[in-house]
Design a protein around this ligand. Structure first.
Ligand code: HEC
Length: 241
């Protein structure tokens, strides 16, 4: 498994001093309007959680550093949530250009809302409650079965690393597997087992990834080949009869 962050990652100290430089230059990170943490959590899950684990947000991404671990030292060393907010906000706008994190996934107050949320929960025990607890719906998975040769296994539209089914059934022969992905997190669908290995194109923002393998009766696995996604839970079982 490739761990992108071991190479491209900056030290916390470097990140903190870069962020405070930004504060010194711009001054604006000191005073900011109240962040909308519910909105920040929704945005975090939609675009950040696919790469970052953050316990309160129930995200399990592994491409980037685990944000609870990343900020544990900062909390232990007495950094205030507002300091952490500044660091996260800076990272969203100016990630390491040599790293895997895309810049400007959010801007302005949207970036501030995400940073405010991460700062409020990272490396803190417990769970989100109240409005924050209800900010993001849990993914409901239902078994699906092939209809007229087509098996539809869509990705979670909110960007969580799940398909909307973890088990599927089909009859043997040619099966057209379609995976629609309404989220902005890239996903594909692959089928493996009994000598079959078929991978569909990576799609996002409403795209449909289609594969049409010919399947003999047996058990197969469907999964997303984007690094980290299968390990985080994007897989399921296909039973062909
Ligand atoms: C495509 C994967 C990917 C996405 C999406 C992504 N990140 Fe990252 N992130 C990384 C990687 C890789 C690093 C480490 C390298 C670097 O600093 O750029 C990182 C670093 C960070 C760090 C610094 C942590 C540390 O230990 O230094 C923070 C904070 C962070 N990301 C927050 C976010 C937030 C908030 C979002 C959503 C707006 C986000 N990331 C989206 C991959 C990603």
């Amino acid at each position: 498994m490739v761990k992108a962050h071991s190479r491209g990652r900056r030290s916390f100290a470097a990140l903190a001093s870069a962020a405070s430089l930004l504060v010194a230059l711009g001054g604006c990170a000191v005073k900011h309007p109240t962040d909308n943490l519910v909105h920040g959590k929704q945005l975090f899950v939609a675009k950040c959680g696919a790469c970052h684990t953050l316990a309160h947000a129930n995200t399990t991404g592994t491409i980037g550093p685990n944000l609870d671990q990343a900020f544990a030292d900062a909390r232990a060393n007495g950094f205030k949530s507002n300091d952490i907010r500044g660091i996260v906000n800076f990272q969203i706008l100016y990630p390491n250009p040599l790293g895997a994190m895309p810049a400007m996934l959010y801007k302005g107050q949207a970036a501030g809302d995400v940073a405010g949320y991460v700062a409020a929960v990272a490396a803190r025990p417990g769970q989100d409650t109240g409005a924050l607890g209800n900010a993001v719906a849990n993914v409901t998975q239902k078994p699906v079965s092939e209809q007229n040769g087509v098996l539809q296994i869509d990705a979670d539209p909110t960007g969580q690393l799940k398909y909307l089914a973890s088990s599927a059934t089909a009859t043997s022969g040619k099966v057209t597997v379609k995976m629609q992905n309404k989220s902005s997190v890239p996903h594909d669908i692959a089928i493996t087992g009994s000598g079959v290995n078929v991978v569909g194109p990576i799609v996002q923002n409403g795209g449909v990834s289609t594969i049409a393998p010919t399947l003999a009766p047996g058990k197969y696995t469907f999964f997303c080949t984007v690094p980290g996604h299968r390990a985080a839970g994007m897989q399921g079982t296909l039973t062909v009869k």
